[in-house]
Design a protein around this ligand. Structure first.
Ligand SMILES: NC(=O)c1ccc[n+]([C@@H]2O[C@H](COP(=O)([O-])OP(=O)(O)OC[C@H]3O[C@@H](n4cnc5c(N)ncnc54)[C@H](OP(=O)(O)O)[C@@H]3O)[C@@H](O)[C@H]2O)c1
Length: 390
């Protein structure tokens, strides 16, 4: 095992309390030689070769917070014939085609249920349960830390920075919280989900994402007045017969929607399928024990030689990715000159106030992508109203 932080210790706990899983941790590789550990020192090593070159090790569990080093570890392990379980979504999303090739070449298996929505079993369900089902869209709340922050801002009026600090103290945030709040973490998960739901590899940098750093108490009040909440909602869905679009944006959620009840560090995933119709998965999306439980499920699956087959790849010939779609959004700004930042094709509502102003209208996703940098720098927010992209 690599890493003994929030998830590593969580896995150790659940492994100790679980019966029937045929697994034993032989060695744990960590980085900091001076850190106090809950286990005797003889379990630990600081040299990755002690694990990677040990012929007795048949499974490597990678749970470190450094995606580049994780990729080197996972690459070496797979190349030398060892199966791998990981919870590192950044590493998986950034290298998925290469990781698939490595598995095929070395006849090994890489499993990563814990990387996507913590304890919510979504990857294996997309891969197995929906293997022949035509999926229309997958969306939801994929990031526990931002959901915790938005919940605390909405329910308790906390300022954004205080809510973020709390999320970090609770162990829900990534070591680098920018990955969470910028929407990048949700984008990595969406990219992995797209591979298993639609058989396309869309690189994270090709998916438009806007996180929650621009969400102000004005937006939260606006939502509350209309009995809505704001959630960070990644979306991937078909447009017409042969195209798929995807993006990560904050979204207003009305009271009758399933995602309205998904608060704090919980995650929710909605899968729309042709015959099964709408299905909703709900569970803890972060934290040591929930994520440890997902990792343990992969360890158990490894014991019966389970490997992803990436079945949807075979079903999606002539399927293309498009960002040429229109979204209905709310655009809030403080400075009048920021009004010209976005070009709307259709405006249904405007409001100019002393404290803030907003526009509701249709905008092309490409326009949002082009303005991504400015949107992140200015005191503005863009919130999706949730209509189907057209
Ligand atoms: N936290 C969550 O709720 C959650 C949920 C889902 C997925 N994940 C993913 O799980 C992974 C681990 O997250 P975490 O929250 O457990 O992180 P963490 O608490 O910050 O722990 C990171 C661990 O990685 C070790 N480490 C870092 N660089 C290393 C290296 N080069 N060689 C060996 N060990 C190294 C650290 O060693 P030291 O102990 O020596 O510092 C530490 O034990 C990340 O990929 C994260 O994205 C986390």
């Amino acid at each position: 095992m690599f890493g003994y932080g929030v998830v590593g210790q969580g896995l150790h706990d659940v492994l100790e309390k679980s019966t029937g899983v045929r697994a034993e941790i032989r060695r744990i590789c960590v980085k900091d030689k001076h850190k106090k550990r809950r286990l005797p020192l003889r379990y630990f090593t600081f040299d990755k070769r002690d694990i990677l070159e040990d012929p007795e090790v048949n499974l490597v569990v990678e749970l470190i917070d450094d995606a580049d080093e994780a990729f080197r570890i996972v690459g070496e392990a797979l190349s030398s014939g060892k199966n791998v379980v990981t919870a590192n979504k950044k590493m998986v999303a950034e290298h998925l085609p290469e990781l698939i090739r490595l598995q095929q070449d070395s006849h090994t298996s890489l499993l990563y249920e814990g990387a996507v929505c913590g304890a919510v079993p979504i990857i294996r369900n997309l891969e197995e349960y929906y293997d022949h089902e035509w999926l229309g869209s997958v969306r939801g709340i994929f990031n526990g830390s931002t959901n915790y922050i938005l919940t605390r801002m909405y329910k308790d009026g906390l300022a954004y920075t205080d809510a973020l600090q709390e999320a970090q103290e609770q162990g829900f945030a990534e070591s680098d919280p920018w990955l969470d709040v910028s929407g990048m973490d949700a984008t990595y998960k969406l990219s992995i989900i797209i591979e298993h739901a639609f058989g396309l590899n869309i690189r994270p940098e090709d998916i438009f994402h806007l996180g929650i750093t621009g969400i102000s108490n004005h937006d939260i009040r606006y939502a509350a007045e209309k009995k809505m909440k704001i959630k960070l909602v990644p979306y991937a869905g078909r447009v017409g017969k042969n195209s798929l679009t995807a993006f990560v944006l904050p979204r207003f959620i009305t009271g009758e929607k399933q995602l309205y009840q998904v608060d704090n560090e919980y995650n929710g995933v909605i899968v729309e399928a042709a015959f099964a119709e709408k299905q909703f998965f709900f569970g803890k999306g972060a934290g040591g024990h929930p994520t440890g439980s997902a990792v343990l499920s992969d360890i158990s699956a490894n014991a019966y030689d389970y490997a992803y087959e990436y079945k949807k790849r075979r079903q999606t010939r002539n399927f293309t990715y498009t960002t040429d779609v229109n979204l209905n959004v709310y655009f809030r700004y403080l400075n009048p000159e920021d009004r010209a930042l976005l070009e709307f094709t259709d405006i249904s509502e405007t409001c100019s106030g002393r404290e803030y102003s907003y526009i509701i209208g249709k905008i092309n996703l490409r326009e949002l992508m082009e303005k991504s940098e400015q949107l992140n720098q200015k005191s503005v927010s863009v919130i999706n109203l949730g209509d189907k992209p057209t």
